[in-house]
Design a protein around this ligand. Sequence first.
Ligand code: 15L
Length: 272
Amino acid sequence: MPAPRTVLLTGAAGGVGTLMRDLLPPYGYDLRLFDARPVPAGPGAQGAVTADLADRDALRAAVHGVDAILHLAGISGESTFERILRANIEGTYHLYEAAREEGVRRIVFASSNHAVGFTPRPLGGDPLIPVDTPRRPDTYYGLSKCFGEDLAQLYADRYGIDTVSVRIGACFPRPRTVRMLSVWLSPADGARLFHAALTADVTGHTVVYGSSANTRLWWDLGPARALGYRPRDDSEPFAAALVAEQGELDPADPAHANLGGAFCTDPPVRRP
Ligand code: 15L
């Protein structure tokens, strides 16, 4: 696929979007920014579109003429089903419809490890979790990521829109918990991975895990490497301090037993 130049970044004011606003332009992208909240001043902010994904006209105008879309928008943790339905499930549907109408051929979808959050984490000697492990969402949030992956498959089969779904681990400047030592995606590696996903010569729907090359890795990074991703970071330098503060993960603790960590055990968020 020819390298996309103009890329629509949805969720540009969010956590990962804010990091990518700075990190992706050096790869040669001209980012068009989209978010329901105003994008704070900075590169590209002047032309940013402030609109909801449900605003079909605004979304279609934003998608018009772009070469690819990096879809980060949505609620990034558990919430009520109603809020997840609107922001993540319907929002992603609106995005794919706009892409179909405007003829965009490549989408990179921010999926999440929480699509498979109830998968037991590997213990010493266990194989790494493969990308085709059965879906086991740990929350409505994780369920919305399963939906997004299936929507991507539908639009690939039916309309020829190619998607790379990146099951992101935890993309923060530094890991915050002992669990994150296994799933951390450094921002710089995040930009490397999104760049690979935007440019890889793949068709159809491809699912990969998104993390750095962590010593304590739980999943198979092979499919991401097959896109050309070459991670350079490892969370291990942060390990001693985090373990001293929080202790090692306890396999007998249900909040430590699965990939999704406490997402699997936190009380459900119920509608009021
Ligand atoms: C996610 O999907 C969330 O968006 C992020 O905030 C982190 O909590 C991360 O997962 C995680 O698994 O730690």
